[in-house]
Design a protein around this ligand. Sequence first.
Ligand SMILES: [Fe+2]
Length: 340
Amino acid sequence: MKPSAILASTLLATSMFVAPSLASAAEINVYTTREPALIAPLIEAYTKSTGTKVNTVFMKDGLAERVASEGESSPADILMMVDAGNLVDLSEKGVTQAVESSVLSSAIPAELRDGKGHWFGLSYRARVLYAAKDLDLASFNYEDLADPKWKGKVCIRAGQHPYNTALFADYIAHYGAEDTEKWLAGVKENLARKAAGGDRDVAKDILGGICDIGIANSYYVGLMKSGKGGEEQAKWVEAIKVILPTFKNGGTQVNISGAAVAKNAPNKAEAVKFLEYLVSDEAQKIYAEANYEYPVKAGASIDPIIASFGELKVDGKPLSEIVGHRKQASELVDKVGFDN
Ligand SMILES: [Fe+2]
């Protein structure tokens, strides 16, 4: 065969191979570190309303590395993760692509998505105050954690845990490193016990009389109150009330669960459609309520346990800026010996 004939037959073979898949139902591939149970109801609802098949690959960690190693032949369309830092890492590793969508940019507040469209927050959790139920306290600022009046009364998990380094990074965004160091040293002085354990242990230790207040994530209250965490935890949570703390010059610190479109997504248009579905009222309700999170879209339904905390004002510092202070926050934790 002449080269042109070979080319023609190759093209013919290729188009014969490709044509049926173009004609068949749409399909997308989602890589995620989220728990299957949290994602399944959404995918079911999406497939039911659009006919699009959603294949999911669940992994505990190493998502960015896997997509990077698959390179151009990666089947991943959507990458879903928790924590703005992880989403920023994805874009910095070059495995995401920019998406322009007025549906996404109008549904998601600017501080909860990447300015260049490389990742989008879909739900968020707040770092809130758990306080002893009978404590005479109606409002709280993060700055107050260092107030000597709380000496020996504060419980919190390790300062090096990502939930806390994100909070401390937000503090840096507001006040700079020098003031954050002083504040962290003050919080350390106020600890009732070593900074350790999990967020739910704050409620446990308030019940045990070890501390009066502590910082923990909002969704754990839903998990404990609903009974999903078991009988013990249902008792712990009865000992506390939740106050939504704010920065004196800002709002409540939050972190997101979110998603990005993979750089080499074979089904980009379908992937964007799926993301747009995830910010619909229907999906926001399913997605947020599955893990007692806040929906990103204003007006979307919130679980009654979470709604009972009162109205939340998200801190205005962009997550992309806060993430940039994580390393410094982690260094300050070591410098003041927070976890010692
Ligand atoms: Fe958690």
